[in-house]
Write a protein that binds this ligand. Sequence first.
Ligand SMILES: C[S@@+](CC[C@H](N)C(=O)[O-])C[C@H]1O[C@@H](n2cnc3c(N)ncnc32)[C@H](O)[C@@H]1O
Length: 268
Amino acid sequence: MNFDAFLERCRAQWPEFADARRLARSTHPTDRSLSHILAEIPGMATENKLRLLNCAVASLEAGEVYVEVGCYKGASLVGAATANPQARIFACDNFSQFDGAADALRRTLDAHTAPGQVTFHDMDFRAFLAAAPWRPARIGAYFYDGGHSFHDQYDGVTLAIPHLADDAVVIIDDTNKRAARAANNLVARALQSFKLILDLRTPRNHSPTWWNGIQVFRYQRHPADSAIKFPTRGFSIRKFVYDDIFLEMKHRRRARRKIKKDRLHTNT
Ligand SMILES: C[S@@+](CC[C@H](N)C(=O)[O-])C[C@H]1O[C@@H](n2cnc3c(N)ncnc32)[C@H](O)[C@@H]1O
């Protein structure tokens, strides 16, 4: 992708772009023309996020595609696609998290994207990234908004790396989550060509600014990259701590709360 053009577009949208603390509090970009999308399509996104994706797609070079993992009902896809109806887009979701999103997504794509612009795959992201249906094109802009366990997040980034263009942007959602940040950090530590250029946190999930935090990485391919074998050192211990301990505890707490709630319900 034309990274300088991407940065230029971002600066035009957020005059405070160079000041990450102010940018993190920004409520909307300069151009408000995407604001109707979230009024029409229920999404786990904000106007800022849609515009950031839109700037990325607008900066794709010839022979590059935009790839998105985790579409839900399609708000982020539409925000990205609106940048250029000629841009080719590949996306996947296995609808494992929320009910009823598959039909809603189909309706969204029919109503809001150019015919044939988006190729959608209903499958797990690992199979999608292995199949790489966009080949021989390369990914100029990649948005990962799938599961954010440590393992999912790590695979969501590392499995995409071989398919990235020589200069590409990787945008990751929900990076308030410690597991997601830890996974991204570990990739960046192994791969010097993968640099964090923006790290915006929000006070909570569903924040009107940047939802649940966002990280933006620039990937500039280096010949040594192909020799790096993922997962690298430190993966197993982090996966054990974040997924097998913390995430497991969270699931158990949720299950206990649900049992309590159900009991209360049957007793009243
Ligand atoms: C936070 S939502 C995406 C929100 C969407 N980008 C938007 O703008 O509204 C996360 C999505 O990731 C999907 N997902 C979770 N794990 C996945 C996996 N292993 N493979 C593919 N999709 C997955 C879920 O089904 C869910 O729809």
